[in-house]
Design a protein around this ligand. Structure first.
Ligand SMILES: [Zn+2]
Length: 159
């Protein structure tokens, strides 16, 4: 195992904890962790049901907490660990924030989501000139199990 794999797994476990908290509260089970130079900047989770705010996603939650504590430039060059591939809104927020590395557990395509059309992160990056290093499938099975418990994705993946 490379040190990247060890680090990625360690931070993704915290993102999974955030996702579990959101799940237990009745929000979409998504969690995110913002890290720079090996330092935790913020933890975020989806709050869109409990806040009645469709834009209260895990990624924006983590970014807003980090900005409030450390200022607007804190995420430049940072790494975001997220249990789910960011939606177009969050991809835009990550680009504006200057996040340069994205580590994911699960992709939309794996859930066979149909609500985002032809969107995926690579298409967003190509369209907007967003250069981000992508690592994926970190703790994917653990997170997929939580999504299946949640059971509200358009089509559950074939088992
Ligand atoms: Zn989002």
């Amino acid at each position: 195992m490379t040190s990247n794999e060890t680090e990625d797994t360690r931070w993704m476990r915290i993102a999974l904890d955030e996702a579990m908290e959101a799940f237990e509260r009745g929000d979409w089970p998504t969690g995110a962790v913002l890290v720079r130079d090996g330092e935790l900047l913020a933890r975020g989770q989806n709050r869109q049901n409990t806040r009645s705010d469709p834009t209260a996603h895990a990624e924006t939650d983590a970014l807003q907490i980090a900005f409030a504590v450390h200022g607007a430039d804190v995420a430049r060059g940072a790494t975001l660990y997220c249990t789910m591939e960011p939606c177009p809104m969050c991809a835009g927020a990550l680009k504006l924030a200057g996040v340069r590395t994205l580590v994911l557990a699960l992709r939309h395509a794996t859930l066979r989501r149909t609500d985002l059309g032809h969107y995926d992160l690579e298409a967003f990056c190509a369209m907007t000139g967003y250069e981000v290093e992508l690592r994926q499938n970190v703790l994917e099975a653990d997170y997929l199990a939580l999504r299946l418990r949640w059971g509200r994705d358009p089509v559950a993946p074939a088992r």
